[in-house]
Design a binder for this molecule. Structure first.
Ligand code: NAD
Length: 351
């Protein structure tokens, strides 16, 4: 047994069909009487039902949270919370709604109930980000961690196939990188393998049969575990590449995950054989990189960076920025290694 450090973060998790009905009770448990409900336009009906259930306790609403929390949105949402003397937050939606609620929570310390409706995993982490200009700054703050997370698969049946695939592959990337991170623990490895297996099992059916509650439950359970490992384990080069491609070249977060992950896994394979076996076993395939590529194809995700309109002439600069960063990876990558990886990902070749 190798020495390890494992941090267990506080938090209460409710999981299951119909459990969204318990959200008002959970807010009450936290002592919240004046609640700001933060959501996104695609969840208007669900948010209306929630506000109705909260009654007079729903004192303010924020209906249109956007990705990557701009400084302006964070300031306005904080101002709204202050004006209404809010003492509780409910975030209903994906990482965008939860991210904005985190920006408010770190400002006023109001406890949050998160009700995630995508698979990206933000609800389990104390990490939050605010974007100014083209720079997104992320930080860790215990006040950003939701006090309670309510997972209800019913809320995910309306998630479009493309968002199901992209947020699901995002979750899978958390599990994969946790397995070869600098700081895995036996518990985080168990969670990562179980999470990857549930995601691989649930996502394909969820993409092809949106209303399949068994598949939705399995995928959401995987997303919960993926978020839990993201919260306590360092990540590696995949997250570094995604940060550069999103931040500097404006590539979309989710689809970029699907394209890059198989190539990163192929690159890291010689340095992390045990992790590769765990990933392959979780996906029930012989080869981790090939299996991830095939899964992304099954989910209808884009194959190459060219499909995301990334110009071939930008690859060199992207490789330079990635290699220049300070990040852990089990196999050190030179600029030319990264360029090779990005070139294969650009054309969408099966690794
Ligand atoms: P998202 O919240 O932006 O949602 C994607 C789209 O799906 C939006 O248009 C949304 O309105 C819609 N949608 C969400 N749930 C739906 C549902 N059930 N039915 C129909 N439509 C629905 O996407 P995301 O990928 O979950 O979040 C992205 C943001 O989260 C990014 O800003 C990312 O940086 C952040 N993030 C943060 C962490 C963290 O730990 N801090 C982790 C992962 C992602």
């Amino acid at each position: 047994m190798q020495p390890f450090t494992h941090e267990t973060l506080p938090g209460r998790v409710l999981f299951g069909v119909g459990r969204v009905d318990e959200v008002p009770l959970e807010a009450e448990r936290l002592g919240s009487r004046r609640i700001l409900v933060i959501t996104t336009p695609s969840l208007k009906n669900e948010a209306d039902a929630l506000r109705l259930a909260l009654g007079e306790r729903a004192v303010a609403s924020w209906p249109d949270a956007r990705p990557h929390v701009s400084r302006a949105d964070a300031d306005r949402a904080r101002q709204t919370a202050r004006e209404h003397q809010v003492d509780g937050l409910i975030a209903l939606g994906g990482g965008s709604a939860i991210g904005l609620a985190k920006a408010v929570a770190v400002d006023d310390g109001a406890p949050m109930v998160a009700v995630p409706t995508t698979y990206s995993g933000s609800e389990m982490t104390p990490i939050y980000g605010i974007t100014e200009g083209r720079r997104k700054k992320t930080a860790r703050d215990e006040r950003a961690l939701p006090k309670t997370v309510v997972y209800d698969p019913c809320l995910t049946t309306g998630l479009p196939p493309a968002v199901t695939a992209s947020t699901g592959m995002n979750a899978l990337a958390h599990c994969v990188e946790a397995l070869y991170s600098a700081s895995p623990s036996p518990l985080s490895k168990l969670q990562a393998v179980e999470g990857a297996s549930a995601l691989a099992g649930g996502l394909t059916s969820a993409v092809h049969a949106s209303e399949d509650l068994d598949a939705r439950s399995e995928a959401l359970y995987g997303a919960y575990l993926a978020g839990a490992v993201l919260a306590v384990t360092g990540m590696a080069i995949h997250h570094r590449i995604r940060h550069v491609l999103g931040g500097t070249f404006g590539l979309p977060h989710g689809p970029t995950n699907s394209v890059i992950l198989p190539h990163v896994v192929r690159f890291n394979a010689p340095a992390a054989p045990e992790a590769m076996k765990s990933i392959a076993d979780a996906l029930d395939v012989r080869d981790a990189a090939g299996g991830l590529f095939d899964l992304a194809r099954d989910l209808g995700a884009p194959a190459g960076l060219a499909d995301l309109d990334m110009s071939e002439s930008d690859l060199e600069e992207a490789a330079h920025l990635v290699a220049d960063g300070d990040y852990y990876n089990p196999r050190p990558a030179t600029q030319s290694d990264v360029l090779g990886l990005l070139a294969a990902a650009h054309v969408g070749r099966r690794p």
